[in-house]
Write a protein that binds this ligand. Structure first.
Ligand code: TMP
Length: 212
């Protein structure tokens, strides 16, 4: 499996529901392409046909999946995604921007879902070695704000959007704890601001690293 020591740069966006990750992923990709970088944009769960199929299964509340089953499915999807998309793009020297990765598993299935975070980390190491994002933007908003935005986009029907408020509060605290534990890799940015202001903050965090 691909090691972190590749010519490319692996960046992830993380956060709870409705924090604006997709918008910020696209804005960062545009800004870096304008500076001449080759950028691959992708998302999890997903990024390959098989992983997109697993995404549908994972998010469909009609399937009775406990948090450990979710972790195992997510890792199968992630393996396909890393093998077919992320590792080749990093090896080719691309900036890879991924909307969610391992920190979402730690926060959703770990902090919010109750799976021991060490189990999630150990499994990741076993399957993916030292492949980790170099930079992670954690978009943070109060739970009400995020859920309202997610509901404005579409009726909340998926497994996590329909989870209770306590789940979303544990989720938010989970992301904040990850960022606090890894302050060099992670930057928390308040998501209840205009998209252009958030994009400026993201660039201020990322630019010094892409040019170094
Ligand atoms: P999103 O792309 O709209 O954020 O939807 C992806 C959903 O999948 C979101 O509810 C979070 C969930 N998810 C997990 O629960 N664990 C994970 O490891 C990942 C990558 C996503």
């Amino acid at each position: 499996m691909q090691s972190a020591l590749t010519p490319g740069l692996f960046i992830t966006f993380e956060g709870g529901e409705g924090v604006g990750k997709s918008t910020q992923t696209a804005l960062l990709a545009d800004a870096l392409r304008a500076q001449g970088f080759q950028v691959t944009v992708t998302r999890e769960p997903g990024g390959t046909p098989m992983a997109e199929t697993l995404r549908g299964l994972l998010l469909d509340p009609a399937h009775d999946l406990d948090p450990m089953e979710q972790v195992l499915l997510l890792n199968a999807a992630r393996h396909s995604h890393v093998r077919q998309v992320i590792a080749p793009a990093l090896a080719a020297g691309d900036v890879v921007i991924c909307d969610r990765f391992i920190d979402s598993t730690r926060a959703y299935q770990g902090a919010a879902g109750g799976i021991d975070g060490q189990v999630i980390t150990d499994l990741h190491r076993l399957v993916f070695g030292d492949l980790m994002p170099v930079l992670t933007v954690v978009l943070d908003a109060p739970v009400e704000t995020g859920l309202r935005r997610a509901a404005d986009r579409a009726a909340a029907t998926d497994r996590f959007e329909t989870a209770d408020r306590a789940f979303h509060e544990r989720l938010r605290q989970g992301f904040l704890a990850i960022a606090a534990a890894e302050p060099v890799r992670c930057q928390v940015i308040a998501a209840d601001a205009p998209a252009s202001d958030i994009a400026q903050s993201v660039l201020a965090f990322v630019e010094p690293r892409v040019w170094s």
